[in-house]
Design a binder for this molecule. Structure first.
Ligand code: ADP
Ligand code: MG
Length: 743
């Protein structure tokens, strides 16, 4: 598969000599000196005066120019977080430096800005990132640059994890966190400046925040917004904010020779490994290799393969192989910023996280698989799935650009030039146009936006996606027939969870299994705790099988968690059982946060004394029922040994090989699943057996019981294309076989 990416395309490839590269390794310089050498430093005063004079500024610059780590510090140094008591009614005012800038004047002219009830002794500079890892890693770096402990002046907040204190002034966070904050504080009154970083990623939360910020800006003359972008979407962002100025940070990048494959690669992981070894053996040092694959799985496979092959090559120069992906533990992430031992080449295998979010120094060679994984709505399945997609041209260019940051570089594309030109979209489709919107629609409704289609957005979502989201919220009773938020909808939106996951907790409250449901939802909110190390798959699978609860992966997760708790902090226990101790601790932490929200929402604690709940079955039945009450849209019916079809679309989906139901001899007639994963085909992941009758009971608009042959869907593809008010055009339900199963 590998003879592709050589030779053609680049004319006369240059070899990198020491004189081409920077004379010094910047990472060895003192931090103030490193900061001064960043391209953004030359634009410091320009950035500051632009922010003083304009409510919104768009900043464009190459990856690595210092946008993320520096701009917030400049604003802090310029006094943007201070509150001056002299300001008019609101008790707050802001202006750059001495406060005589236009911001100060504008604020004074506006008189009372911000709700008078909210007094702050200082304001925040908020920096949003589409990726959790980036938020944490960049906060750590900025804290280091400012010589303060992380969580002090510089802090971060990502879902289920916050490190801030009352003294925090620079708050790095995911865009999702700021969006949630805006629900209780639509004017974002705690913030002097919001920096929307990596806006070109066009995450769902970023796109909605654009609208939120536009409304907040209209209400607050003192608010400042900076939008940073690595690409040329800048003009579009500027237009959205009524013609904001675009500031370009002069780049400092070196030429990159691009080589395309002559023929498409068969297996892109094999091809990438082969190409990386060629480069490693032939290209002079220094110069790290950065390989772009698609997800944690193929990154780990490629790393294993590279390590194995490198061991067999005794003539190869010394090399370290480093994986980089979002779910990587913190220490492993820290290693990617540590300089390698001298004379060693780093082979960095990454997901698209290394495209623009994280800047890796020392990369001279890039190998691009041309693929990424995207969460996208699959029309065939009627739901979201992680799909393997070709990257966009703009991603491909970003990836190639990573090779030219510190010296002239080379990029090897494992796809043909024709594929680049003809098959790749110029830019990725924004998330708002490709995924399930129910979470966002619920947030917008709780922000008081009743007509989602009239909310200001850069690119409107598809009407049918909005309708589908409203419909699924309606089926969870989160919106009324008239499309308005219900009390239950408000309750669901108070959890930092997808609406369906929150609905499991609310259903569990009624069923008297809240303790168990909190654990299960927490376990589903962290990456899988089951370890399956390369070369030890068999004992790992056996260890996992010992936890299996035959009719339910949800209960299996509960069982694992309870056993771990019972082992009482015995450090070796988790490892002995092929479980990730860190993941379990994280689940415990998430669980306690969810329990806090649960209590604050006034939901009943503990078990209800009511006989009714007891009559609803054993604890296992109650928990599976709670899951069915929320995930009834993900119901499948058996059609043969181990073969299931999704009830509403008729699409065949298999039990994921890791499911406890695979090993169990009994065949479940009906199951609900947490999510679909897609590899070579559709797999249901985290599955529980349910009774058909439960489905018809919780979602009568979707399923009906046909006494003779069970439950059936009332319509195929239900839920999509229905416009609010949902009752006006109910989708046809699906039928569940019930008691009469045998005959
Ligand atoms: P931009 O946002 O413009 O892409 P950054 O501000 O992220 O640029 O990066 C500026 C510099 O800081 C780069 O040289 C990068 O390698 C370095 N840097 C960023 N994060 C870290 C970190 N966690 N550790 C060490 N260096 C870092
Ligand atoms: Mg950045």
């Amino acid at each position: 598969s590998g003879d592709g990416a050589t030779g053609d395309g680049g004319g006369n490839p240059r070899t990198v000599s020491a004189s081409d590269a920077e004379e010094v390794d910047v990472t060895t310089l003192p931090i103030p000196e490193q900061r001064r050498r960043l391209p953004v430093y030359a634009a410091r005063s320009e950035v500051l005066s632009a922010v003083r004079e304009n409510a919104v500024v768009v900043v464009v610059g190459e990856t690595g120019s210092g946008k993320t780590t520096q701009i917030a510090q400049y604003l802090y140094e310029d006094g943007w977080t201070a509150v001056t008591a002299a300001a008019g009614g609101g008790g707050r005012r802001r202006g750059g430096g001495d406060g005589t800038g236009a911001a100060g004047t504008a604020a004074a002219a506006a008189g009372d800005v911000g709700p008078a009830s909210k007094q702050h002794d200082h304001l925040l500079i908020g920096i949003t990132q589409p990726r959790r890892v980036a938020a944490v890693s960049v906060a750590a770096r900025v804290a280091e640059e400012m010589s303060t402990p992380l969580g002090g002046t510089v802090g971060y907040a990502i879902r289920f994890e916050e490190r801030t204190s009352p003294g925090t002034a620079l708050k790095f966070m995911t865009d999702g966190i700021l969006l949630r904050e805006s629900v209780s504080d639509p004017d974002l009154s705690a913030y002097a400046v919001v920096i929307m970083d990596e806006a070109h990623e066009r995450s769902l939360a970023t796109d909605v925040l654009f609208g939120v910020l536009r409304r907040a800006l209209a209400a607050r003359a003192d608010l400042r917004v900076i939008i940073t972008s690595a690409t040329l979407e800048a003009g579009k962002f500027a237009t959205f904010f009524g013609g904001a100025p675009v500031l370009r940070i002069p780049g400092r990048s070196f030429p990159v020779d691009i080589f395309h494959a002559r023929t498409p690669a068969g297996d892109y992981v094999d091809a990438a490994v082969w190409q990386a070894l060629q480069v490693h053996l032939q290209a002079p040092l220094p110069g790290d290799i950065l390989i772009f694959l698609t997800g944690a799985e193929d990154v780990e496979v490629a790393c294993d393969e590279l390590r194995t092959r490198l061991e067999r090559l005794d003539t190869a120069p010394p090399a370290v192989v480093l994986p980089v992906y979002a779910a990587l533990p913190a220490e492993a992430q820290a290693r990617i910023f540590a300089p390698p031992p001298p004379g060693t080449r780093r082979l960095i295998v990454a997901t698209n996280i290394a495209e623009t979010s994280l800047t890796l120094n020392g990369v001279v060679y890039v190998i691009d698989s041309g693929y990424c994984k995207l969460k996208a709505h699959s029309a065939r399945l009627g739901m979201d799935a992680l799909l393997l997609c070709p990257t966009s041209q703009s991603s491909a260019d970003q990836r190639a650009g990573r090779a030219g940051r510190t010296a002239p570089g080379k990029a090897y594309r494992l796809y043909t030039q024709a594929a680049y030109e003809d098959e790749m979209l110029p830019a990725a489709v924004p998330e708002i146009q490709r995924t399930n919107l129910s979470h966002v629609v619920l947030l917008l409704l709780s922000l008081g936006v009743d007509d989602v289609l009239s909310f200001p957005l850069l690119d409107p979502p598809r009407k049918e996606d909005v309708a589908g989201a409203l419909w699924s919220l309606w089926s969870l009773r989160a919106v009324s027939d008239a499309g308005r938020l219900t009390a239950r909808g408000r309750l669901l939106s108070s959890f930092p969870l997808e609406p369906a996951a929150a609905a499991v907790l609310v259903a569990a409250a009624d069923l008297g299994c809240a303790d168990e449901a909190l654990t299960v939802v927490a376990m589903l909110s962290v990456p899988s705790v089951f370890l399956r190390p390369h070369g030890r798959e068999a004992p790992a699978d056996a260890a996992r099988a010992r936890f299996a609860v035959p009719d339910s992966d949800h209960l299996t997760l509960l069982h694992v968690y309870d056993r771990w708790r019972a082992a009482g902090g015995d450090r070796g226990w988790a490892a002995d059982h092929y479980l990730n101790e860190r993941g379990l601790r994280k689940a415990a932490d998430v669980r306690s946060q969810l329990a806090d929200v649960y209590r604050a929402a006034g939901l009943p604690a503990g078990r209800p004394a009511s006989a009714a709940a007891g009559a609803m079955g054993d604890p296992s039945g109650r928990l599976r029922r709670a899951v069915a009450a929320a995930y009834f849209g993900n119901a499948a019916r058996v059609v043969g040994r181990g073969r299931y079809v999704h009830m509403r679309t008729g699409v065949e989906c298999g039990l994921h090989p890791s499911s406890a139901l695979v090993a169990a001899a009994a065949v479940a007639d009906y199951v609900v699943f947490h999510e679909l994963v897609w590899t070579s085909r559709e797999w249901m992941s985290v599955v529980s057996e349910v009774e058909g009758g439960w489905l018809a009971e919780v979602a009568p608009e979707l399923y009906e019981v046909r006494t003779a042959r069970g439950v059936r869907p009332l319509a195929v593809g239900g839920g999509r294309g229905v416009v609010a008010p949902p009752r006006a055009a109910p989708p046809a339900p699906a039928r569940v076989e019930e008691a009469g199963r045998g005959g």
